[in-house]
Write a protein that binds this ligand. Structure first.
Ligand code: CA
Length: 233
């Protein structure tokens, strides 16, 4: 069997950033494809079908939301958006439109590679999800068939909505989930802007599942964006 390197499409217009990304990714064994505009990026994605897309939100011809939307019309491959400070709203909208994660400039190589690994792992796991009812992240375990939650070997009782929220976070462990995505999933589309529900339920979940609820190890807040169930990485 021949080794086929993963291909990452980088859509970024700043030469310095392009250079940094190219160096970090190729050193890790990834192959890169590069585009400096949204149009070019969408075209390269179509012709080369890369394994992951790194997408800068501030492009000269289109904004990242429109690129995300265009890619999601036909591709389920992971998209990690790169945002500058002050693009908070754009970042959240891109995630709501189907982007998988984000990196805020400036970021280091370690963070970049960790996010890419999680996004790729998550996309390959999503395909197998239905066959795997038992999920374990660190001390947290869930049995999706029997609706049981276990922390360090001890069963914990959750209310129906707490369970729904926790199950969704576990199924998407490592991935950032926006307020809107979580609210739609647990309470329904009509509640998509009721972020205070989430705050209350997150406090309850942390009390039941975290060793120190004030310094959560797993159920972490992504400021201005949502929440993430943190994996060991
Ligand atoms: Ca830019």
């Amino acid at each position: 069997m021949t080794y086929v390197p993963m291909r990452i499409l980088v859509i970024e217009d700043e030469p310095q950033m392009q250079k940094f990304l190219r160096a970090s990714l190729t050193a890790e064994g990834y192959r890169t494809l590069e585009a400096t505009s949204g149009k070019e990026g969408i075209e390269l994605a179509r012709t080369h079908n890369p394994d992951l897309v790194l997408l800068d939100l501030g492009l000269p011809d289109m904004d990242g939301m429109d690129v995300t939307k265009a890619l999601r019309e036909w591709s389920a491959k992971p998209i990690v958006v790169i945002s500058a400070r002050g693009q908070e709203e754009d970042k959240v909208r891109a995630l709501d439109l189907g982007a998988d994660d984000y990196l805020t400039k400036p970021f280091g190589t370690g963070e970049l590679l960790a996010r890419i690994r999680v996004a790729i792992r998550h996309s390959s796991r999503a395909k197998e999800e239905s066959t795997e009812p038992l999920l374990q992240i660190g001390e947290l375990g869930i049995d999706l068939d029997r609706r049981r939650v276990v922390v360090s070997g001890r069963e914990v009782h959750l209310t129906p909505n707490e369970y729904k929220l926790f199950a969704y976070l576990m199924k998407h462990a490592g991935k950032v989930l926006t307020h809107r995505q979580l609210l739609k999933e647990v309470w329904g589309a009509a509640y998509a802007s009721q972020t205070h529900y989430l705050r209350v339920y997150m406090v309850q979940l942390r009390h039941k599942l975290e060793a120190d609820p004030t310094r959560p190890r797993y159920l972490v807040t992504e400021p201005g964006v949502g929440y993430r169930l943190k994996t060991e990485e």
